[in-house]
Design a protein around this ligand. Structure first.
Ligand SMILES: *[C@@H]1O[C@H](CO)[C@@H](O)[C@H](O)[C@H]1NC(C)=O
Ligand SMILES: *[C@@H]1O[C@H](CO)[C@@H](O)[C@H](O)[C@H]1NC(C)=O
Ligand SMILES: *[C@@H]1O[C@H](CO)[C@@H](O)[C@H](O)[C@H]1NC(C)=O
Length: 458
């Protein structure tokens, strides 16, 4: 019996734990960043399966086609007024920037503006924001895409008048009419409320009064809310503060989900920013990933899972502001990690069990040529195990890598394993988890074939 034919049985016998997806913000304000294609490839070998970008960069949207990674795109703040002007401008914008990439690219939401209401720019008309959201939603409706693509707008925590205690929090009075319109829209369209929440900044501004563990998503002894909720970390308190503000406008009984559209921690800052260190960034982001993957909610809604997008994928050397602004990335421009965070995809093999109906259900990899190879630095023992598996129970015909075969040389375990991993990946439909191999596989767009050694291709 093959592994594949065992799967339905395994599914009955031992349901895998549900692992929720982890999102990341992919900002591009750097002059040393890898190509979008390389980025898509990098992410496919990790547990990250959602990205949020800050525009509709066509190279990025193209690169993420057929990857199984969901994408949130954005209308830049300076485009909001235009899109709000008439439905036909919104239609033109959608036709030019989104339509060419769907459905190959899985665009799941459009973020209209970014922190638009707190941008401090007098030219930003709050009514334009709501109107732009409505115009875009009508475009989606007319195309039958309103269930697949959600419209929302990310807010900063500055939209709150007070954030403490969480249960007493409200929106700034001046924003209440706009917020009421936005919340009505989100409730009507089943779209999430997006918030960019950074315990880091709260700590930076008050390091002597806020315990570090509390902001680092630790297990702090707890902050007590007068309504009885106990907060062990500030991010939960920030999310519930948003929740209370939403409820205070009368939307407490609507199922408006809160999405953390950005959160993160810098690995480097100005001399005064003592908490901006690789160690703290590693701690925060490791815990944030665990939080994103778990189904746990916050004290006010313990059973309501929160979607989380880390900020950010890369350090961005051209970003404005202080040093910390340019150092929120998990990765350097050359693709190396800024500090060690485990992004390996141990549950990707579990996700194929959920294929088609789980929260991580994915479309298969089709379209452009892709191959799977062993990561050059993957552990040799692991790679040997993968080779043995592929050529044994995996069912790959490995004669080409045996002595006298066209792929025997170079006689290296990584080379032989690459051949076998690719054959296995192609045989199983080129889903990215078919190239996971406990984190030792890498999807590539360049044909690894050489001489008479031909790597198979679907
Ligand atoms: C408004 O948006 C449309 C559609 O994308 C575009 O063709 C036009 O140039 C924009 N106008 C301004 C003033 O930005
Ligand atoms: C946090 O502390 C509580 C109570 O001491 C404990 O039950 C829980 O397991 C701890 N959680 C973590 C993540 O350490
Ligand atoms: C709203 O929810 C609260 C708490 O769950 C409940 O007590 C109240 O009756 C609800 N109100 C409406 C109008 O549904």
């Amino acid at each position: 019996m093959t592994l594949v034919s065992l799967l339905p049985l395994l599914l009955l016998m031992c349901p895998f734990p549900t692992v929720f997806s982890v999102g990341i913000n992919y900002g591009t304000l750097g002059n040393n960043l890898p190509s979008p294609k390389a980025v898509a490839q990098l992410l496919q070998s990790t547990l990250i399966d959602k990205v949020k970008i800050y525009d509709t960069n066509p190279q990025i949207l193209q690169a993420f086609s057929n990857t199984g990674i969901d994408v949130i795109v954005a209308v830049e703040n300076n485009n909001v007024a235009n899109i709000s002007s008439t439905k036909s401008v919104a239609e033109d914008w959608f036709s030019a920037h989104i339509a060419p990439f769907i459905p190959a690219t899985s665009i799941v939401a459009i973020a209209v503006g970014n922190e638009y209401l707190a941008s401090g720019d007098d030219n930003m008309d709050p009514n334009a924001l709501v109107q732009a959201m409505q115009n875009l939603h009508e475009v989606l409706l007319s195309r039958g895409l309103d269930r697949k693509i959600k419209i929302s707008t990310p807010h900063s925590m500055a939209v709150l008048a007070t954030s403490f205690p969480p249960s007493a929090s409200t929106f700034a009075t001046i924003l209440m009419p706009t917020m009421t319109s936005i919340l009505t829209f989100l409730a009507d369209t089943g779209s999430p409320f997006m918030v960019n929440a950074y315990p880091y900044f709260a700590y930076r501004d008050n390091p002597s009064t806020v315990p570090l563990e509390y902001v680092l998503l630790g297990n702090s002894s707890g902050v007590h809310d007068p309504k009885g909720y106990v907060y062990t970390n500030m991010l939960d308190a920030q999310i519930d503060a948003i929740r209370s503000a939403i409820a205070s406008l009368g939307f407490g009984n609507q199922s408006i989900h809160i999405m953390v559209s950005e959160s993160g921690w810098p690995s480097k800052g100005e001399p005064g920013e003592v908490a901006a260190s690789p160690d703290n960034a590693k701690t925060y982001n490791t815990r944030l990933i665990a939080k994103a993957q778990s189904s746990k909610g916050t004290p006010m809604r313990p059973n309501e899972k929160i979607d989380i997008f880390l900020f950010a994928l890369f350090n961005e050397n051209k970003k404005q502001g202080g040093t910390s602004e340019r150092n929120f990335g998990l990765f350097n421009g050359d693709g190396s990690k800024v500090y060690e965070v485990d992004l390996s995809c141990e549950f990707c093999s579990g996700s194929k069990i959920e294929f088609g109906f789980g929260p991580r259900s994915k479309t298969g990899q089709r379209g452009p040529s892709v191959w799977c190879v062993a990561k050059p630095h993957a552990d040799e023992k692991l790679v040997q195990g993968v080779l043995d598996f592929c050529c044994g129970p995996g069912g790959v015909d490995c004669r080409d890598v045996y002595e006298n075969g066209p792929c025997f040389g170079p006689n290296k375990v990584h080379a032989h394993a690459s051949y076998a991993m690719n054959a296995y990946y192609q045989m199983h439909g080129r889903n990215y988890w078919n190239c996971d191999f406990k984190g030792s596989g890498l999807v590539t767009f360049s044909d690894p074939s050489y001489g008479t050694c031909k790597y198979s291709q679907q």
